[in-house]
Design a protein. Structure first.
Length: 221
């Protein structure tokens, strides 16, 4: 394996990106970047500022102004925006409902992509980063690039298992299926680009998925 290793993982909601990326980062002693947490942090920032999701100029201004601090430790996840810890808040349904207002604006993406590249380069050991455009836009030169997929029913069941009674069926479908449809307007995370390994996780356990990605990393001379 190279002395510095970069692994990029993309996929739709509930495909297992975060859990897999954290497991791989632990197994290979690398830093971990949750790029989606940064989009979510910006959503909190614009909502906090009273900006309406339809106000594109307001959402862009909130993105550019957002001071985002994020942990790169797979065992200690936290994120702060504009000095406030929003680690728990970014997982709330109101954030999932409005985060696509950020991800569907090219200017917001450009701003976040530049920061994400810098964060991926911060640790000399290397990084495992996950999101929607890590394999294609943020780090197309990553040593290992993986697109995780899973059937919609499996993804709904996984996300439903996590959120439990906090959401009803309609809210669950909104968080997974509607969000994927909106988020894929500017980036493609359903087809594997050239050189990207496609891994269907529908019938795999989380451990099996982590082992498959670690094996791909170990194949590198
Ligand atoms: N292969 C798997 N088999 C069963 N459950 C899984 C698998 N991978 C992940 N999970 C579970 O599915 C849920 C969603 O996983 P995770 O948060 O990693 O997905 P994600 O792709 O990052 O989703 P999102 O983009 O919506 O944040 C978690 O509860 C996780 O433990
Ligand atoms: N590289 C990325 C990462 C995330 N997004 C968008 C899409 C999601 O709706 C939102 C939150 O991501 P999640 O926490 O669910 O992984 O951020 C994106 O467009 N590009």
């Amino acid at each position: 394996m190279p002395s510095r290793l970069v692994i990029a993982i993309d996929g739709p909601s509930g495909s297992g990106k975060s859990s897999t990326a954290r497991g791989v980062a632990r197994a290979l002693d690398l830093s971990y970047l949750d790029t989606g947490a940064m989009y979510r942090a910006v959503a909190v920032a614009f909502l906090d500022a009273g900006v309406a999701p339809q106000d594109e100029a307001g959402v862009i201004a909130a993105t550019v102004a957002a001071d985002i601090q994020i942990s790169l430790d797979p065992d200690d996840r936290w994120v702060r925006v504009n000095g406030r810890d929003v680690t728990t808040e970014i997982r709330e349904p109101r954030v999932a409902q409005h985060v696509s207002a950020v991800s569907t604006l090219a200017a917001c993406r450009e701003n976040l992509v530049a920061r994400q590249r810098t964060l991926m380069d911060a640790d000399p050991r290397g990084c495992v980063a996950e999101g929607r455009d890590v394999t294609t836009v943020i780090y197309p030169d990553a040593d290992v690039r993986v697109l995780l997929t899973a059937d919609p029913q499996a993804r709904l069941a996984r996300r439903g298992g996590e959120l439990g009674a906090r959401v009803n069926t309609e809210q669950l479908r909104d968080q997974v299926l509607r969000r994927d449809a909106d988020d894929s307007k500017l980036v493609d995370f359903t087809h594997a680009a050239d050189g990207v390994h496609l891994l269907d996780t529908t019938h795999l356990s989380l451990d099996e998925v982590i082992r498959a990605v670690v094996a791909l990393a170990k194949e590198i001379a």
